[in-house]
Design a binder for this molecule. Structure first.
Ligand code: ZN
Length: 404
């Protein structure tokens, strides 16, 4: 048996309740962050389209200094300069992802639709005795510490945001050490609509409690919103209602998925999932499908970064593998398997639960891939490690920015 410890960055998110002054300061900061991001994006786009010039982070940083000296943009000096610099770094990352063909061309942040947030690095906040005070503020934030930070943890980056439902959130990125102890199990996972997931062990994982009822509420709130006149006060109210129901669904789901992925990663050394990235080829615009797709993406992201933390392997197998039609006992292939068939009997006599059988086949396919070595692993970077680390550690905070 081997055991290793691994240093990771973990984000801890909490709600907080700003004073009116703090709320005003943050709203101002969010506005300036959005403006600086948009100005820099416009400058970079113009330089590229008109002159085929690439403008890098350092150049936009110099632009920011110049903007602050103009009369029209002098108000940028009133907020902490760190979130503004971070906005330029985020734009740099967006460009790097674009040039690496990982993302589309960056888009402008809109006042109504974009996430309101500001990122502070160590020079722009003070954390002492569990009290967090941001630059340009006299008083610490009134944070609801719903779970403790790890012992001795010190945040290296603090992100403050306000969601569409109007709630204030603060995320603290901390250094943590995880002991990697190998686990004995391996598991295959089938994604479904009725139950959230089915495991090769036969276990069915249900959707979060109340989700069905919340979905019905969300559908009702959305219908209600669509009937309201544009620009009216009632429409604004209806939109907030939609945002609140949505926030409740995503909160419950995140909580549910955190518990689930932690358990799966603790118990299993190898976890095999279906690669559902191609599922979007089958367009289905129902609300249930949209939510279940979002849940699956979130599940996979969490699973991958936690697997990375704990030294586990996540293998994604091709979606078009005939996992439902293949008998996991004898290997015979059934002719047809319409979606409404939930149990079936193979010629060998084995009675299968459709989803459990699929999960077992997924596990077997993944273990076969694993045994063949890295060369035939699914061609997705995030199948192993890579991308989750980016999520956990906002680039530019601790590393230098490569020059384009
Ligand atoms: Zn069989």
């Amino acid at each position: 048996m081997w055991a290793m410890s691994r240093a990771v960055k973990r984000a801890f998110k909490y709600r907080f309740y700003p004073s009116p002054e703090q709320a005003a300061e943050l709203a101002r900061t969010f506005g300036c962050v959005r403006l600086v991001y948009n100005l820099a994006l416009a400058a970079r786009t113009e330089a590229w389209t008109l002159r085929q010039e690439r403008v890098n982070y350092n150049a936009t940083s110099a632009m920011l200094t110049a903007w602050k000296k103009t009369e029209e943009l002098a108000f940028l000096n009133e907020v902490s300069s760190v979130p503004l610099q971070q906005a330029l770094r985020h734009l740099q990352v967006a460009y790097m992802n674009f040039f690496a063909k990982r993302a589309k061309y960056p888009t402008f942040k809109s006042k109504k639709k974009s996430r309101k947030s500001a990122e502070y690095t160590t020079s722009a906040f003070r954390y002492r005795d569990g009290r967090l005070t941001l630059a340009k503020m006299d008083q610490p934030l009134d944070i609801v510490w719903s779970r403790p930070l790890p012992d001795g943890a010190t945040p290296s980056t603090v992100t403050v945001s306000q969601d569409a439902a109007g709630r204030w959130l603060v995320s603290l990125l901390c250094d943590d050490v995880i002991e990697q102890v190998p686990a004995s199990g391996s598991v295959g996972i089938d994604a479904g609509l009725d139950s959230l997931l089915t495991l090769s062990t036969g276990e069915k994982v249900a959707n979060p409690k109340h989700e069905r009822r919340d979905r019905a509420r969300l559908a009702r709130a959305q219908r209600n919103l669509s009937k309201k006149e544009k620009g009216s006060a009632n429409r604004a109210k209806a939109r907030l209602k939609v945002a609140r129901v949505h926030a409740r669904i995503t909160d419950r789901r995140r909580d549910h998925l955190h518990k689930l992925t932690t358990r799966l990663v603790r118990e299993n050394q190898t976890i095999v999932i279906e690669d559902l990235t191609v599922r979007n080829m089958v367009k289905n615009h129902t609300l249930a499908r949209a939510i279940s797709d979002a849940a699956w993406r979130q599940f996979r992201t969490m699973l991958e970064y936690k697997a990375d933390w704990y030294g586990r392997e996540v293998i994604a197998v091709d979606r078009w593998y005939p996992s439902s039609k293949l008998c996991s006992a004898c290997g015979a292939l059934a002719d047809k398997m319409p979606l409404n068939v939930r149990t079936w009997t193979c010629r060998c006599g084995t009675v299968h639960d459709r989803d459990v059988n699929a999960a077992r086949n997924i596990l077997a396919a993944g273990l076969a891939v694993s045994a063949c070595g890295a060369g035939v692993r699914p061609q997705r970077e995030s199948s192993r490690t890579g991308r989750p680390a980016v999520k956990q550690e906002p680039p530019g905070v601790t590393q230098g920015i490569p020059v384009l």
